[in-house]
Ligand binder design. Structure first.
Ligand SMILES: [Zn+2]
Length: 168
């Protein structure tokens, strides 16, 4: 088993990777993914904003060579209720069967997905694609938003507003 950690995501020979049951894991900053960045609140980037990944080659778990992929990310986005920043945790796991053509036995109800056998599979694109699919369209703070709570606490008395208008 090969354990490799680095900042750059690699291209792999996926069939070979699976047959040798290799493992590749690491962590990259969120801003490494350009397509994803367009959907994020980049002003909210901080040391939390990372994408951790682990790719495990499996020779015969699904009767075929396959890859197991885990993604653990914290993405800076804007809350669609209060428009303040928040970090959206995203944890994903996938199994991909590797073959030249999509196996007939694999249908949409299966737990496994399919990737084409490739000597130069781009892990960055794969991980970014999965993050783009998983990204919430309208992220919200889990508990009531801080800003909204403040507004409720500082509620202005409508009569005092009227009074101040009359003075003018
Ligand atoms: Zn909010």
């Amino acid at each position: 088993m090969l354990l490799k950690e680095n900042m750059e995501l690699n291209h792999i020979n996926n069939l070979d990777f699976a047959k040798r049951m290799q493992v590749l894991e690491g962590e990259v900053p969120v801003d490494y993914f350009q397509r994803l960045n367009a959907l994020l609140d980049m002003s909210g980037l901080n040391e939390q904003s990372k994408v951790a990944y682990k790719v495990v080659g499996q020779s015969n778990k699904l009767q075929l060579p396959s890859l197991h992929l885990e993604i653990d990310a914290s993405l800076p986005m804007l809350c669609q209720r209060c428009l303040e920043g928040l970090h959206v945790p995203i944890k994903l796991e996938f199994d991909y069967v590797i073959s030249e053509e999509m196996p007939e036995s694999l249908d949409e109800s299966d737990d496994a997905d399919w990737v084409e056998a490739s000597v130069d599979m781009d892990l960055q694109t794969l991980i970014e694609d999965e993050l783009l699919i998983a990204l919430p369209i309208a992220p919200l703070h889990a508990s009531p938003c801080k800003q909204l709570k403040l507004e409720v606490g500082d509620r202005v008395n409508p009569f005092s507003v009227l009074k101040s208008l009359k003075k003018d």
